[in-house]
Structures are given as structure tokens and as C-alpha cells.
Design a protein around this ligand. Structure first.
Ligand code: NDP
Ligand code: MG
Length: 385
């Protein structure tokens, strides 16, 4: 087989390190050509010494010299600054870019990768939430594939292989419900970040773990699905499924449904995205039905968890509204992680931003970048009050 060259944006994170596990297990298939990290210089250095990429990006400029020194004489180019992510994304030798940075920081590098003709393995859902219309149009123009890494979207993507586009009626995204499933607002008002960081089924980065606890993750995923699969709001439903075995479901116009299942392990959708359209032998543990005699399903609770409705509203409104919601959410999640905001107050701040940051119906890139910045400033003011 031809070796696929992969540039990994956010290699020091949860998805990034799991991607490197997949690469490590399949050296005859994949080669890493670029790695990027933000603050975890030590891990980035270790990864670079093991995988010998051409290019290493440490976005935190204060850590540049340390990384550069550690890798000197190894034939590895080391660069720094947030803008340098774009270089890793557009690197000539890369065939595919796996986007595993967190937040809207992924927007510009993803655009650069698409413009350079790289296929995208997309974990960084915030980029599609912020600018889904722009990103999908650009991918079409450059004939670039966007293959989802997010487990629910990988599930839908897999269900759609071999189907005609007009056959899809609707999708059901499954949600585990997170650590606070079944809790009421009184309970949620007092929860701590330590409680919120304990996800029952997945070990993930801090931001997405809080998003999972607040249901904003599912809200972002609804918008992500809209753009990946070209769906209208009423074609997307969310169903709570605490075991995280059914990763999502596609329903077709004849009434037939396909679900994709498996043990919750991000390495499966990561490897699927890297190998697509092939499937590769793995040694991952296999699902055993008898270990799960009961798979259960519930409706989401819109009273305790308002974020799902907030995301649906933003999606229906369109324009820069999803960008406003995403930026506000990034600020409130940070504040919650620093004990500066209560769990329920996160949705309050997001809603204030939705009503007060200027709406733009048909934004371009500059509008998205400005909206992102303005919303952050406004949300930070609300948090400080
Ligand atoms: P992590 O926080 O674990 O990792 C984020 C990565 O991005 C790290 O390498 C981090 O560097 C880097 N990074 C953080 N901020 C910036 C920035 N401003 N500029 C450049 N690099 C930055 O996140 P996850 O791996 O959990 O998530 C990554 C993305 O994948 C998110 O969009 C998330 O929603 C999505 N996703 C994650 C899943 C999971 O299982 N974790 C599942 C599905 C989707 P450093 O650590 O060195 O500071
Ligand atoms: Mg997901």
C-alpha cells in the first residue's frame, strides 16, 4: 500500500495522542509529517523524537526555544506562533490533515488545508459550527473530502456508504447524557468542575468533557451534522443512550434504519477516517452483546439542559449565530473550569451573547473572525460581573 502522509494538528491532546497510537500500530500505512502542540512541550518533544516529522509547531511562543533545542540536529523544522498552524496544515508533503485542536482556533488552519488540497480528518467540530457553510463550499470547490472523526458523525458517514444522497430521511445522534443525566436544575446549580470532568464512557480533553456534561457537545454536533450531511434542522434528532454503544442512526425514506455500533473507543473512528475508504484489521476488543443485555434510549431533558435548544435555535437562525454561540461557549467553559462561573450560568451568558452580539445574515471569513472576537470580549465582561 502507498504510505499516507498525515499532518496532525493538536497532537498533544486526547484525539491527537490516540491518532499517534493508530499510526504507531500501522507504520506501513501512515507517516507523520507534522505535529503541533500548544502548551505541552515535553510531550510534543517526545512525540517528535519518536515519529520524526518534517515540521513541528509549538504555538506557545514561550516554549519555542526549549522545543527547538531539544530537536536540534534531528532534521526537524520547528516553528512557533498561532499562525504557524497554517503551515502545518498546508505542508506540501501531507496527504491528509487531522484537525484535533480545540475550538475556533482550528478555523484558519482548516481553511489553509482545504485550499492546499488536503483531505481533512475532522475532529475539530467547532470549525464546522463556526463556519460550516464556508468550509463545506470550500471543500467542494477544491474537491477535498471531509471525513468526520467525531464518533457520532463517523457512524452516520459509515451508514451512508453505498446510499444515494436523496435516500436519507433523517438522522438520530446518540448522546450518553454525560455525568449529570437525570439531574434537576437544583442539583446542577451546585456541581463542581471535578464532578463535571468525570465522564461515564469517554476520556477526553477538558473542554469537550464539560460540553458533554452541559449537552452543548450534542448541540455543536447537531450543527456539525447539518453541514457534513447537508441536512435541515428537522432532519436531525437527538436521543440519549447512556451505554454509548449505538454511535448514531441513519433513517432512510423507505423507513429502514441503519445504526453503527461498537465499544466506545475513539481509535475506531480515528482509524476509519485515516483509512477511508478501506477498513483495516485491528486488535481492538470486540463488542459482546451479552455484556450489554440492555441498551436503553431516552429523550433529552430540555429543562435541566438548555444548551441543546440553544444550538437548535442558532442553527435555525443561521448566519453568524452558531459562531456567537460557539465563542460564548468557549469563554464560559473556560470560566467554569477556573471556578469563575456556575454550571447553569453558562447557558445564561450564551443567551445574552445571542441577543446582544450583532447578527450578520450572510457572513464571510472576516465577519466570522470578528464575531468570534467580539463575542469573546462581551462574554468575558458578563463573566466578570
Ligand atoms: P484536548 O484539549 O485534549 O487537545 C487539544 C489539542 O489542541 C492539544 O494538542 C492542545 O495543545 C492544542 N491546542 C489547544 N488550544 C490551542 C490553540 N488555541 N491553538 C493551537 N493548538 C491548541 O482536546 P481533544 O483532543 O479532546 O479535542 C480536540 C477536538 O476534537 C475538539 O474540537 C473536540 O471537540 C473534538 N473531539 C474530541 C473527542 C475526544 O474524544 N477527545 C471526541 C470527538 C471530538 P496542548 O495540549 O499542548 O496545550
Ligand atoms: Mg461526539
Amino acid at each position: 500500500a502507498i504510505i499516507k502522509n498525515i499532518s496532525i494538528l493538536g497532537s498533544t491532546g486526547s484525539v491527537g495522542t490516540q491518532t499517534l497510537e493508530v499510526v504507531r500500530a500501522n507504520p506501513e500505512r501512515y507517516r507523520v509529517v507534522a505535529l503541533t502542540g500548544q502548551s505541552n512541550d515535553e510531550l510534543l518533544i517526545r512525540q517528535s523524537l519518536e515519529f520524526h516529522p518534517e515540521l513541528v509547531v509549538i504555538t506557545d511562543e514561550g516554549k519555542y526555544l526549549k522545543v527547538k533545542e531539544a530537536l536540534s540536529g534531528k532534521g526537524i523544522r520547528v516553528i512557533t506562533g498561532e499562525a504557524s498552524l497554517v503551515e502545518a496544515a498546508a505542508l506540501t508533503s501531507a496527504h491528509m490533515v487531522l484537525t484535533a485542536v480545540v475550538g475556533s482556533a482550528g478555523l484558519r488552519p482548516t481553511i489553509a488545508a482545504i485550499e492546499a488540497g488536503k483531505d481533512i480528518a475532522l475532529a475539530n467540530k467547532e470549525t464546522l459550527v463556526v463556519a460550516g457553510e464556508l468550509i463545506t463550499a470550500l471543500a467542494k470547490k477544491h474537491a477535498v473530502k471531509i471525513i468526520p472523526v467525531d464518533s457520532e458523525h463517523s457512524a452516520i458517514f459509515q451508514c451512508l456508504v453505498g446510499e444515494e444522497e436523496h435516500s436519507l430521511e433523517k438522522i438520530y445522534l446518540t448522546a450518553s447524557g454525560g455525568p449529570f443525566r437525570g439531574k434537576d436544575r437544583e442539583f446542577l446549580a451546585g456541581v463542581t468542575k471535578a464532578q463535571a470532568l468525570k465522564h461515564p464512557n469517554w476520556v477526553m480533553g477538558a473542554k469537550i468533557t464539560i460540553d458533554s456534561a452541559s449537552m452543548m457537545n450534542k448541540g455543536l454536533e447537531v450543527i456539525e451534522a447539518k453541514w457534513l450531511f447537508g441536512l435541515a434542522a428537522d432532519q436531525i434528532d437527538v436521543i440519549v443512550h447512556p451505554q454509548s454503544i449505538v454511535h448514531s442512526i441513519a433513517q432512510f425514506k423507505d423507513g429502514s434504519m441503519k445504526a453503527q455500533m461498537g465499544l466506545p473507543d475513539m481509535k475506531l473512528p480515528i482509524h476509519y477516517a485515516l483509512a477511508y475508504p478501506e477498513r483495516v484489521d485491528t486488535k481492538f476488543p470486540r463488542f459482546n452483546f451479552l455484556d450489554y443485555p440492555e441498551l436503553t434510549f431516552f429523550p433529552p431533558d430540555p429543562v435541566s439542559f438548555r444548551n441543546l435548544d440553544i444550538a437548535f435555535q442558532a442553527m435555525r437562525k443561521g448566519g453568524n449565530m452558531p459562531c456567537i454561540v460557539n465563542a460564548a461557549n468557549e469563554v464560559v467553559v473556560n470560566a467554569f473550569l477556573q471556578d469563575r462561573l456556575g454550571f447553569l450560568e453558562m447557558s445564561d451568558v450564551i443567551e445574552r451573547c445571542m441577543s446582544e452580539v450583532p447578527f450578520i445574515g450572510e457572513p464571510g471569513l472576516v465577519n466570522y473572525l470578528e464575531t468570534d472576537e467580539h463575542t469573546r470580549i462581551f462574554a468575558r465582561q458578563l463573566v466578570t460581573k
